[in-house]
Design a protein around this ligand. Sequence first.
Ligand SMILES: NC(=O)c1ccc[n+]([C@@H]2O[C@H](COP(=O)([O-])OP(=O)(O)OC[C@H]3O[C@@H](n4cnc5c(N)ncnc54)[C@H](OP(=O)(O)O)[C@@H]3O)[C@@H](O)[C@H]2O)c1
Length: 271
Amino acid sequence: MSEQPTLKLNDDRQIPQLGFGTWRITDDEAPGIVSQALEVGYWLIDTAAIYRNEGGVGRGIGEWSDIFLQTKVWNDSQGYERAKRAFANSLQRLNRSFVDMLLIHWPCPAKNSYLDTWKAMVELREEGLAHSIGVSNFRPQDLERLVSETGVTPAINQIELHPHFQQRELRQLHDDMGIVTQSWSPLGKGRAFDSDAVRSVAQETGQPAGAVIVRWHIQHGLSTLPKAASRQHMEQNFAALNFELTEEQMARIDELDDANGRIGEHPDEVN
Ligand SMILES: NC(=O)c1ccc[n+]([C@@H]2O[C@H](COP(=O)([O-])OP(=O)(O)OC[C@H]3O[C@@H](n4cnc5c(N)ncnc54)[C@H](OP(=O)(O)O)[C@@H]3O)[C@@H](O)[C@H]2O)c1
């Protein structure tokens, strides 16, 4: 396993800080792209049932053993029985006997099923089929309810987080609760490249802008999932492991935070 920064989870396992996102990579593209990402050195691969690429991701991983694989239970599979069935199908598509991390994709407040989904996932963890379990897009009230009703704290919450939407309050709550924050759309789907702060730091460090943004996530103690279809982008973002930003450079990117900077869907509205 290559030397990479990791974070300790509340179940005593470790999670890599640098991951690779696969949303919008098709099932046909996934074997080639995922095997390239593994060659570049990525170790954590993030997929989801709804990405409809678990089969391709599994083929891309093949016999590769240095891997931290995450998938997610989609909204229409919430509930105790449904989640178990859906996860069995995910494992089959991935062609694996377990995943390293299983997440509830969205809280779906109108469905009101995440407690039952979570109970199924706690059992899947006990059975060794999901080594760690966590959530995604959970709001403070969802996290607090999950823990007070089940007594099991998620290992991570995967949330939208990039320089233009930094989620500081939710990160603080995660820290208080012992939950690792994982950033989705860490590059702001490309928007983060269009700022003077990122451009100037890239120029000063001589590093690609993608590496600067990913480095900003890593130095904030986040786990992060940049997606890249091209090998050039994969390598640029992976260069984040080779240098450090100064406090002043971090602060300059911190200043991009914008309360209205959300680009993805709001957890209140997804059901
Ligand atoms: N839990 C959730 O609800 C949720 C929601 C959204 C995303 N996610 C996860 O988070 C991952 C990442 O988010 P994302 O895919 O939305 O967006 P992202 O990683 O913020 O941005 C991806 C975009 O940036 C481009 N890019 C990557 N590296 C670049 C570089 N070095 N220079 C220039 N452009 C570069 C990519 O282009 P190319 O592809 O052409 O290289 C792609 O268009 C997803 O793939 C998924 O795994 C989770």
